[in-house]
Every structure is written in C-alpha cells, then in structure tokens.
Design a protein around this ligand. Structure first.
Ligand code: DCT
Ligand code: MG
Length: 501
C-alpha cells in the first residue's frame, strides 16, 4: 500500500464539486450505507469525513438505523462501542460491519468500498492500528531546529504536507498571528529538508518543530488532506485576501482594507470609486496575466544577459550576480533578483539609475520603483531583522522578448504577443557589503530567518543584509565571501542550492 497514491492533494482553491454541501453529490455505491460514530471522533472531524466520503460517491447516513451497512468508528474502545451499539436496539446489528477507521481510510484511498477484512473489524479486543500497514517509518538522523544547519535542495519529498502547512501559515499571517504562522513555516521547513517522504506519524517523533502539528500530519497521512486546511481554503476571507495580495503592490494591509469594504473580486475593486490605486498597483493589475505566472530559469537567464550587457556599457568594473530563488537552483520563481555593484567602492552610487535609464531607452522598462540608499554604517547594527535593507534598490517590471529566451517564453501557449512582462528586483550594495547582501538576498526567507536567529541565540551576534556584529566583542566582523560569514558564525558552509529551506 503506497502513499504515493494518496489523493486528493491539497487544493489551492476550493473546488465546488468536491467537499460540497450535502445533497449535491452523485451516489456511486447504492448498496453501501455508512454511519460514522461521533464518539471519540468529534463533531467537526465527523462532518469533514462525511463530506469527504460523500464527495467520493458514498452514502453516509446522519442517523444510525437499520438501513446502515457499515458502522465506522475511530479510536473507540471496542467494548464501549459494542455496548453503545447494543443499546440502540437495532434489528440488523448482526449483519452490520462494525469497522475501525482503517477500512474507511482504505476505501477513501481506493475511491470505492474495499472488501472487509478481519483486520478492519472492531472486535472485543481493541488495539486500533493508527496507520495503514506496509509503511515503514522514515529513518531520521538528528535534525537541527535551525534551517541554516540543514541542507535543503529544491527536491521536496513532503510537498503534500508543506503545501498544507503553507496554507495554514498564510492564514495566520492574514490574521496577524505571527507566532503560529512562524510555527507552521518552521515545521514545513523541517519537512522540506528530509531525504524521503514521511509515511507514518512516528517518523516525525524525533523531528524538531513538528510536535504540535501532529493532527495535520495524521489527517494528511490518512486522507491526503487536512480538515483544518480544507476549512481555510473554503474560507471567503482567506480566498479574497489571497486573491488581492497576488497583485503586485497589494500587501496584506491593503487587501484587508478592500475586504472590509465588502470587495471580493478584481472587478469590484477596480470599479470602486473610493479606491485610489497607486502606480505600483495600477501596473500590477495591468500586467497581472504575465506577472502572476512563474518566471522560468531560461527567462531569468535571458534577463541576466540583458542586464549584463547594459552594465558593461556603463562601467567595466561592474559586478552582477543573480540571487534569490534562481541562485538556489529553482526552476521557476515569482521574480528575478539581482545584485549589482562596482568593484570600486562608491562608484556604485549612480549605477542603478544609469541601468534604469538605459533599460528605458531600449523600451524595456514597464515599471520602476526606485528607492535611494539610506545605508549608513554608523546606524548599525540594526535590530529590526525582518525590515528591508538600506541599500539602493529598484522594483521593476521589464518587457522580455520571447526571441531572447532559449526554448521560448513560459508558458508557451497564449504567447502570440511574443513578449512577456517580468518582475525584476535590483539591489545595489557597496562592494564592502557584498557578501552580506549576497547571503541575504539569496534566501530562502526561512533560511535567512534561522541564520539570524542562530546568530542571535547561539552566538550573541547580530546578522542582517549589511553586516555581522559580535555583541560580546562589541565589534563588526569583516567578510568578503559568504564562507567568511558562515565561518564567523561557526556554521558549516551551506551551498546556495542547499538553502531551499
Ligand atoms: N529578502 C530580504 N529582505 C526582504 C525580502 C527579501 O532580504 N525584505 C531576501 C530573501 C529572499 C530574497 O531576498 C529574494 O526574495 P524573493 O524574490 O521574495 O524570494 P525568492 O526566494 O527569490 O522566491 P521566488 O522564487 O518566488 O522569487
Ligand atoms: Mg525571487
């Protein structure tokens, strides 16, 4: 029995035909009538499982009567359950299958009522298997609670869990509950680093950050989805905030404001006379079709070539580095991030503006939000770690010609225009800050968060995109490469492609 066949996966958005309200599903198995025992299972879980079964064509009775053919119970003591059933004065009890949840789980997975086997039956002896048979726990070595001490490639063996955790984290983020949000992100990050898929809850026993999320893990192991996640995905507020924040320039605060005004769709937001879109949001809507789709590695490479050519015409000592997700080896990203500077200290000051001017001249600039540098070494160390750094930067939307992209634009279909709008971020630190900026902008966000937390908690040091400060020695520690920074922190060097925490 393999978990790779588990379905359905976590859905990004609620699909009305699945998990719909009662009475709308097509019945596929006329001869089987289920009754789920609420005792021990709990009301909300029972209702979740009921909807799940109905969405797969099973009949689930709300009341226990002689019509029922299969009684399913979870975690009940056999003797207590049987006593309760006998009290119901059912004529057909001797013909009913009284089953533990594994029969239900197997049936959901197979999308049909599976044959009743003796292992499914609830008899007087009551040791209920928690998980389907045939699954061995993943061997787990000691895993650090810090993402910066784990090696996490782009291969995620536990996407089914991490997608679910991400939905829950995001929902907490929308509700400004930072603690639980971070807890889910940490748990997801731990699972991303594992060399194999988790197949039994026991496999998570020795993992940090996962204990409190066992319920979600159990649900997903058994049903391929989690009751809590389904609830969030079908929540109107979540759906609306998710939609609005998908627009470039619309953050959670603006999304919330629009939601409170009763707006639920783009057309409503665009038609509302009281809403004044800023320039960024206008461009966000204008290019929504393009920039809401992922950017491919080949597109990122084409943009690297364009920007490299531009800076060569400005100064021969320019330095260009691709950072962000593409430096970590990702195939797709939501934008392309670059660091741009000059070998000669101070010469980088006008670099970004020159680059932007040239891009504009070439007709490639669709949007530019330029932020001047307010970097000042005397203001460091900075204690606000989640804040943006002080370097000069710009948030751009560029026009990318399909002919410049090896293999063409992504997605290929619907690409009759021959070009695509792409989000690009450029940041320009002075050369003596290069290693810190590169490390910070390479991400992932979770990797950076934990690197900073590790520095603070374990080393009494403050790390950000500008510098590393040793609080014990009361001095800044110099670094010209990322390896220098890892060495100062006493953390084994982690390659960029292993930082996908
Ligand atoms: N970053 C930062 N400070 C911020 C925001 C981001 O130092 N306030 C860093 C962390 C990751 C890096 O910049 C790039 O950010 P994103 O583009 O958002 O992340 P990504 O990993 O490149 O993801 P994607 O592939 O979706 O672009
Ligand atoms: Mg990026």
């Amino acid at each position: 029995m393999s978990h790779s066949t588990l379905a359905p996966r976590v859905r990004k958005r609620s699909r009305p035909e699945e998990l719909a309200g009662p009475g709308r599903e097509e019945v596929k198995f006329e001869d089987v009538r289920l009754y789920l025992v609420e005792r021990k299972m709990g009301r909300s879980r029972r209702s979740f499982l009921t909807q799940l079964a109905r969405s797969k064509g099973f009949i689930v009775e709300d009341a226990l009567s002689d019509k029922v053919t299969h009684v399913v119970s979870e975690n009940s003591q056999a003797s207590t359950l049987w006593a309760w059933l006998k009290e119901r004065a059912l004529k057909n009890l001797p013909d009913m299958h009284v089953l533990d949840i594994t029969w239900f789980t197997d049936s959901m997975r197979e999308r049909r009522p599976v044959a009743v086997e003796s292992r499914h039956l609830i008899e007087v002896c009551d040791t209920l298997p928690m998980f389907p048979e045939g699954c061995t726990p993943t061997a787990v070595a000691t895993v650090s609670q810090y993402a910066c001490q784990r090696r996490t490639t782009t291969e995620n063996n536990n996407k089914i869990f991490t997608d679910a955790f991400e939905v829950l984290a995001e929902n907490y983020e929308f509700n400004e509950l930072e603690g639980p949000c971070l807890a889910f992100r940490r748990a997801a990050s731990v699972l991303k680093s594992l060399p194999a898929a988790v197949r039994r809850l026991e496999a998570t026993n020795n993992l940090p950050c996962l204990g409190e999320h066992a319920k979600t893990v159990i649900d997903i192991l058994q049903y391929g989805c989690s009751c809590d996640v389904e609830k969030v995905l079908s929540d109107e507020r979540y759906q609306t905030l998710k939609l609005f924040t998908s627009v470039f320039g619309v953050g959670p605060k603006t999304a919330e404001k629009w939601y409170r005004r009763g707006l639920r769709s783009f057309s409503e937001a665009l038609a509302d006379p009281s809403i004044q879109l800023n320039r960024m949001q206008q461009c966000g809507f204008l290019h929504y079709g393009d920039i809401s789709r992922p950017v491919s590695k080949a597109e990122a490479q084409a943009l690297t070539n364009i920007i490299d050519e531009v800076i060569r015409t400005i100064t021969p000592d320019a330095v260009l580095a691709l950072t962000g997700g593409f430096r970590r080896g990702k195939e797709f990203g939501h934008d392309v991030d670059f660091i741009l500077t000059t070998l000669e200290l101070g010469k980088e000051e006008n670099l970004l503006q020159s680059v932007v001017r040239k891009l504009k001249k070439q007709g490639l600039l669709l949007f530019c939000d330029y932020q001047v540098s307010n970097f000042d070494m005397s203001k460091l160390p900075c204690h606000n770690f989640e804040a943006m750094d002080y370097f000069a930067k710009c948030f751009l939307i560029l026009r990318l010609e399909g002919s410049l992209v090896e293999g063409g634009l992504h997605p290929a279909e619907g690409d009759c225009r021959g070009w695509k709008a792409v989000r690009v971020d450029l940041v320009s630190p002075p050369m003596d800050r290069y290693a810190f900026a590169l490390l910070g902008w390479s991400g992932s966000r979770q990797f950076e968060r934990d690197l900073r937390r590790f520095a603070r908690v374990e080393r009494r040091m403050l790390l950000d995109n500008h510098a590393l400060y040793d609080k014990t020695k009361k001095e800044f520690l110099a670094a010209t490469t990322e390896k220098d920074i890892f060495a100062h922190l006493g953390v084994e060097y982690i390659e960029p492609w292993q930082r996908n925490a």
